[in-house]
Design a protein around this ligand. Structure first.
Ligand SMILES: Cc1ncc(COP(=O)(O)O)c(C=O)c1O
Length: 429
C-alpha cells in the first residue's frame, strides 16, 4: 500500500493518505513530489487558524505569525547546518535557483563595472559573467543559463557528466574555469539517476583557486533531491548557496535559499522589490502557513534522517533484488554507476525488449504510480530522457526507463506488488 505503519506515521496519517490516493495504487514517484507528513499538515492548519495575522503587525495573530516564521527559519537552518539569518524563504526551488544565478550575474556586473567585450572571444566573452554548471541539471538552472546566454547577458558552460560515474568530475569543472567565471552551480544529487555529485571536493578546489584570483567564484548547489534522503550540511560542503525544496521532503510547495551570511559574506540581490520582508532579499508578505509546514518538515528531517535513510535504502535494495530475480538479464539499472554514491531511494531501471518503453509499461500497470523521468519533462512523450542519454545510457535502453523512487512509508509488500505488476505488463504480448 501507499503507506503502512512505519517511521512514525500515525493511523490518522494512514487515513489522510488513503483519502488522497485511490485504493490499491502504489506510489513510487517520491522524487517528483512527496505527500505532506501529517505533522506538517497539523502545523499548517494551526498556522492557518491561529497565525493568520500579517507577520509585520504588532497584535497577537501577527506576533504569533512572526514567531512561527522565526522558528521555521531556525528549523530549516538546523537541517542544513546554517544560521537562521542564512535562510531566505522563497516560493520554491525554481525561484531559489533563479535568484542565485541572477544574483551572481548582478554581482559580477557591479564588481566589474560592466567592462565591454573585446573582440577575442576564443575564451568566451571576458566582459560577460561566466557560469559553470552540468549537463544533468534541473530546468530551473539549465533554462535560466540558456536564457541568459541567448540574451547575451552571460556565458555558460555545461560540463558533461562522466558516462562511467554519472558524476560531474571535479577536474572537468576546474578545466572549464575562465578568468570571468563568477559562479559554479552543480546539483547535489540528480533527480533521475540519484547520483550524488562531489560538491565538497569541488568547493574545496574552487575555493583554493579563488584565493589566487581578484574575483571569487561563488558556489551553489541545488539540494532539492538530497534533503530528507542524505545528510546535507552547507558549511561542511563549502557552498555559498544551497537550494531547499519543500515538496521533496514531505513539506508543502515552498522553498528556501541558504546563503552564507547574505549581503555580508555572500552577495545576494533580490529578484523582486517590495515591502521589505525577508530583509528585502525576497519581499512580499510571508506565507506563514506554508513556512510553518516547511519548518516542521525540516525539524522531522533533523530528528529522523538516519531512520528515513536506512528505511528507504533497505526498501530500494529489496526492490532491486526482486527486479533482478524476476527479469534476470532483461534488465538494466540506469542508476548504477562505477564508484558513485546514489540516493538511498532512487532506482532508475529499464526492462529490456521491444514495446517496453517506460511510458508504455507504466500505462499498463494496474497499481504502480511512477514516472519515466523528471516531472517537468512529462510532456516529452516517448522521447528518452536527455539526462540518461547524457549519462551514457543508450537511446533504446533510455526509452524503456522507469524512475522508481521510494518514500518513508514504502514497504516490501508494496515492492512485491509493483514487481508483480511489471512482470504482468512484460508478459502481455
Ligand atoms: C533538482 C530539482 N531542482 C529544482 C526543482 C524545482 O523545485 P520547485 O518545484 O519547488 O520549483 C526540482 C523539482 O522538481 C528538482 O527536482
Amino acid at each position: 500500500m501507499y503507506r503502512q505503519g512505519c517511521l512514525g506515521f500515525t493511523s490518522q496519517a494512514k487515513d489522510i493518505i488513503q483519502e488522497n490516493m485511490s485504493q490499491n495504487r502504489i506510489y513510487m514517484d517520491y522524487n517528483a513530489t512527496t505527500p505532506l507528513d501529517p505533522e506538517v499538515i497539523k502545523s499548517i492548519s494551526e498556522a492557518l487558524h491561529e497565525a493568520w495575522g500579517n507577520p509585520s503587525s504588532t497584535y497577537t495573530a501577527g506576533v504569533k505569525a512572526k514567531k512561527i516564521i522565526n522558528e521555521s527559519r531556525e528549523n530549516v537552518a538546523r537541517m542544513v547546518g546554517g544560521k537562521a539569518e542564512d535562510i531566505i524563504f522563497t516560493s520554491g526551488g525554481t525561484e531559489a535557483n533563479n535568484m542565485v544565478i541572477q544574483s551572481a550575474v548582478e554581482h559580477f556586473k557591479r564588481s566589474r563595472d560592466g567592462t565591454e567585450c573585446n573582440t577575442d572571444h576564443s575564451n568566451g566573452c571576458p566582459g560577460l559573467p561566466h557560469i559553470i554548471s552540468s549537463n544533468v541539471e534541473h530546468d530551473s538552472v539549465k533554462l535560466v543559463l540558456e536564457h541568459l546566454q541567448k540574451e547575451g547577458k552571460a556565458d555558460a558552460t555545461f560540463v558533461p557528466v562522466s558516462t562511467v560515474t554519472g558524476r560531474v568530475e571535479v577536474q572537468d569543472v576546474m578545466a572549464a574555469v575562465r578568468p570571468n567565471t563568477c559562479l559554479v552551480s552543480i546539483m547535489l544529487a540528480n533527480n533521475e539517476t540519484g547520483v550524488i555529485m562531489p560538491i565538497k571536493d569541488l568547493c574545496w578546489k574552487i575555493r583554493s583557486l579563488s584565493k589566487r584570483r581578484s574575483q571569487r567564484i561563488l558556489l551553489h548547489t541545488d539540494a532539492a533531491q538530497a534533503l530528507g534522503k542524505i545528510q546535507v550540511n552547507a558549511p561542511e560542503l563549502g557552498v555559498d548557496y544551497l537550494t531547499v525544496v519543500g515538496h521533496k521532503f514531505y513539506a508543502p510547495r515552498i522553498g528556501a535559499l541558504y546563503v552564507n551570511s547574505p549581503g555580508t559574506k555572500t552577495p545576494l540581490h533580490p529578484l523582486l522589490f517590495g515591502g521589505g520582508q525577508e530583509r528585502n532579499f525576497r519581499p512580499g508578505t510571508e506565507n506563514t502557513p506554508m513556512i510553518a509546514g516547511l519548518g516542521k518538515a525540516a525539524d522531522l528531517v533533523t530528528s529522523n534522517l538516519s531512520e528515513y535513510e536506512s528505511h528507504m535504502r533497505r526498501v530500494k535494495i529489496y526492490l532491486e533484488g526482486r527486479l533482478k530475480l524476476v527479469f534476470k538479464d532483461k534488465l538494466h539499472f540506469n542508476s548504477h554507476f562505477q564508484d558513485s554514491e546514489i540516493l538511498p531511494n532512487t532506482c532508475n531501471v529499464s526492462i529490456l525488449g521491444p514495446n517496453l518503453q517506460g511510458w508504455r509499461v507504466l500505462s499498463g500497470c494496474e497499481r504502480l504510480l511512477a514516472s519515466v523521468g523528471a516531472a517537468c519533462h512529462s510532456d516529452m512523450g516517448d522521447r528518452p530522457s536527455h539526462i540518461l542519454l547524457n549519462c551514457g545510457v543508450s537511446e533504446s535502453v533510455a526509452a524503456n526507463a522507469l524512475r522508481l523512487s521510494v518514500g518513508r512509508g514504502t514497504t516490501e509488500e508494496d515492492v512485491d506488488a509493483v514487481v508483480e505488476d511489471l512482470e504482468r505488463v512484460r508478459s502481455v504480448p
